[in-house]
Design a protein around this ligand. Sequence first.
Ligand code: C5P
Length: 222
Amino acid sequence: MKNKNIAIDGPAGAGKSTIAKSIAKKLQIVYVDTGAMYRAVALYFIRQNIDTESREEIQKACDSLEITIDYKNGEQQVILNNENVTNLLRKEEVGNMASAVAKHYEVRKKMVELQQNLAKIRTVIMDGRDIGTVVLPDAGLKIYLTASSRERAKRRWNELSLKGIPCNIDEIEQDIKARDKQDMNREISPLCQAEDAVLVDSSQMSIEEVIDRIIALYLERL
Ligand code: C5P
């Protein structure tokens, strides 16, 4: 395998980040979470009350926001205009806004450039929606990780319930389906499986089984 990077794409809630983080540790490569970058852009849009349908406002926002990535104890930190916003990105509101801003060309151009630069100087496992298709088309291993929307909703429900946050599984599933629809049907870089990606459906698999399968595929290709 010439290119040692791993690309993982798939819909929201498929377990990409948990799995990619663990694989990065095991293989001693760097985990790059691209969703967090779109979320940081979304946070900026929320804070500045930017209209996501106005081209002019989007272009202006893209010109005035700067996102950089740092690593603290091996963990990715997202810096938005000199502020570390890593801990502000996981809210549902930010995720939904991320999906709305990510459909715009100006935003994607800026993020893809940042992501490609990160992969130039290190071996990475990068997760997102367009990694195998657009960001790292030469990645040595491409995975399309998915699970049924019900299973993804169940996992999210478990996560929230453990934190004591009241929630409804049907509503979570509706949200997941709406985000899938938006990500899969946008004009620019829609979420889809790259031709040379391996499909992994984790609906009936444990996290460990998925990790072992991806590492086995990687080692086979080395
Ligand atoms: O993966 P995560 O849920 O953090 O991503 C938030 C949103 O950012 C996604 O729903 C998607 O619209 C967008 N995204 C994207 N391309 C990526 C990563 C995320 O469009 N490479």
